[in-house]
Design a protein around this ligand. Structure first.
Ligand code: ATP
Ligand code: MG
Length: 351
C-alpha cells in the first residue's frame, strides 16, 4: 500500500552529486504526506535561489509519480534552517559565506597574466546578467583591485564583521583595504594562511550568487589555503598563449586537482592583437596555449581575450573595461565567458 515510507524510499534514488548522498539522507525532503493517492512533500534547499530548483522538483515529481497508486504529486520548496545548513555543510564554519551560492576563484600559476583583470571583468559581467556578485581580492602580495576599481574607502565593521564596500554593483573586499598605507607586504607561509583564514571568516557577504576570488600568483600558501578553506570553490584558470606560461599553469592545475577542487575551464588572455578592426589577429605571445591545456586536461577553453589598449588603460584608470568600454568586442568576450559559466552552473548547480 502507498505510504510515506514508500515515497521516502523512492526518493532515495535521487542523488545530490556534490555531497555524494541522496536527498533523503541529507534531510532535504520534509513533511511527506500521503492522502488517497495524493502526495505532498517539501524540498528544503540551502537557498531558494538555487537554479536547479525546477529540475529537482521535476525529478521528484517523476520518481514519486512512478510509484504505483500515486495520483498527484505536490512539491513545496523551502529553505533549510541555519541549523540544518550547518549540519549539511559541517566543514563550512564561515558564517560570512553561508549565503554565497558559488565561489569562483580566478587562478594561474603565473604572475602578470591578467588574473585580476579577468576576475574584475567576469565579476562585472556576471552582475550584468542580473546576479548578485561579490569580489574578494585575496592577493596578499600585491592587492590591485582597489586601484583597478578606484576604491579608497575602508570597509565598515558591524557586529565584529567587515561589511564589503560597494561599487559598480559589486560587493568588494581587498587585502589592500585592510593594510595601512605604505605598509610593506612581507607575508610569509603561516602568516599568509592565518591572514586568509581570518579574512574569509570575518567578512559578512550576505546573500550572493557568486563570490569571485582573485588569487595571488603561484602555487604557494595562499592558493593552497584558499583551495582548502572553500569547499564549494570552482576555479577559473587564466593562461597566456606562450609555451613558457604553460609550465606554471600546469603546476597550478595539479595543485587544485590534488585538493579535489573543481576547475571549470581556461581563459587565454593576451591571446592576440588586432591593429584595427579589419586586420588579421597578430599572435604577439605565440599561440595555442589555451588549446593545449584544454586538450591535455579535457577542460574547456572558455574564451580568448585579445591584447587591448583599452584593457590596460582601464586597469589603471579605476574604471574596468566593462564599465569604461562596455560596448567593445573585448567586453563582449567577457560577457560570453560569464554566460558560459552561468550555463554550466545551471546545468550542474547543487543546493
Ligand atoms: N588583455 C589585455 N590587454 C592589455 N593589457 C592587459 C590585458 N590583460 C591584462 N592587462 C594588463 O596587464 C597587467 C597585468 O594584469 P593583471 O594585474 O590583471 O595580472 P595578474 O595576473 O593579476 O597579475 P599578478 O600576478 O601581479 O596579480 C595590467 O596592467 C593589466 O591592465
Ligand atoms: Mg593580480
Amino acid at each position: 500500500m502507498l505510504n510515506t515510507d514508500k515515497v521516502r524510499d523512492a526518493l532515495r534514488s535521487i542523488p545530490e552529486p556534490e555531497l555524494g548522498k541522496n536527498l533523503v539522507e541529507l534531510g532535504m525532503i520534509k513533511d511527506i504526506r500521503v492522502d488517497s493517492g495524493k502526495v505532498t512533500l517539501t524540498l528544503a534547499l540551502t537557498t531558494l535561489r538555487c537554479p536547479r530548483k525546477k529540475e529537482m522538483v521535476g525529478q521528484i515529481k517523476k520518481v514519486v509519480g512512478e510509484i504505483p497508486g500515486v495520483i498527484t504529486v505536490d512539491v513545496q520548496v523551502a529553505e533549510l534552517s541555519d541549523e540544518e545548513r550547518k549540519r549539511l555543510f559541517p566543514k563550512h564554519p564561515l558564517v560570512g559565506i553561508e549565503k554565497v551560492g558559488q565561489i569562483l576563484a580566478v587562478a594561474s600559476g603565473k604572475g602578470g597574466v591578467g588574473k585580476t583583470t579577468v576576475a574584475v571583468n567576469i565579476a562585472l559581467a556576471l552582475a550584468g546578467e542580473g546576479k548578485k556578485v561579490g569580489l574578494l581580492d585575496a592577493d596578499v602580495y600585491g592587492p590591485s583591485i582597489p586601484l583597478m576599481l578606484g576604491l579608497s574607502q575602508k570597509p565598515n565593521i558591524e557586529n565584529g564583521m567587515l561589511i564589503p564596500v560597494e561599487k559598480f554593483g559589486l560587493k568588494i573586499i581587498s587585502f589592500g583595504m585592510l593594510m595601512k598605507e605604505g605598509q610593506a607586504v612581507v607575508w610569509r607561509g603561516p602568516l599568509v594562511a592565518r591572514a586568509i583564514k581570518q579574512l574569509l571568516g570575518e567578512v559578512m557577504w550576505g546573500e550572493l550568487d557568486y563570490l569571485v576570488v582573485d588569487l595571488p600568483p603561484g602555487t604557494g600558501d595562499p592558493s593552497i589555503t584558499i583551495a582548502q578553506s572553500l569547499p564549494k570553490v570552482q576555479v577559473l584558470m587564466v593562461t597566456t598563449p606562450q609555451e613558457a606560461a604553460l609550465v606554471d599553469v600546469r603546476r597550478s592545475v595539479e595543485l587544485f586537482v590534488k585538493f579535489k577542487r573543481e576547475i571549470i575551464g581556461f581563459i587565454e588572455n593576451m591571446s592576440y592583437f588586432l591593429a584595427n578592426d579589419s586586420s588579421e589577429p597578430i599572435a604577439i605571445f605565440g599561440q595555442g596555449g589555451g588549446d593545449t591545456l584544454s586538450r591535455e586536461t579535457g577542460l574547456p577553453l572558455l574564451g580568448a581575450i585579445p591584447i587591448d589598449l583599452e584593457i590596460s588603460r582601464a586597469g589603471d584608470s579605476g574604471e574596468p573595461l566593462l564599465v569604461s568600454s562596455a560596448a567593445s568586442s573585448a567586453a563582449q568576450i567577457f560577457r560570453d565567458v560569464a554566460r558560459k559559466i552561468l550555463k554550466r552552473a545551471d546545468d550542474k548547480k547543487i543546493c
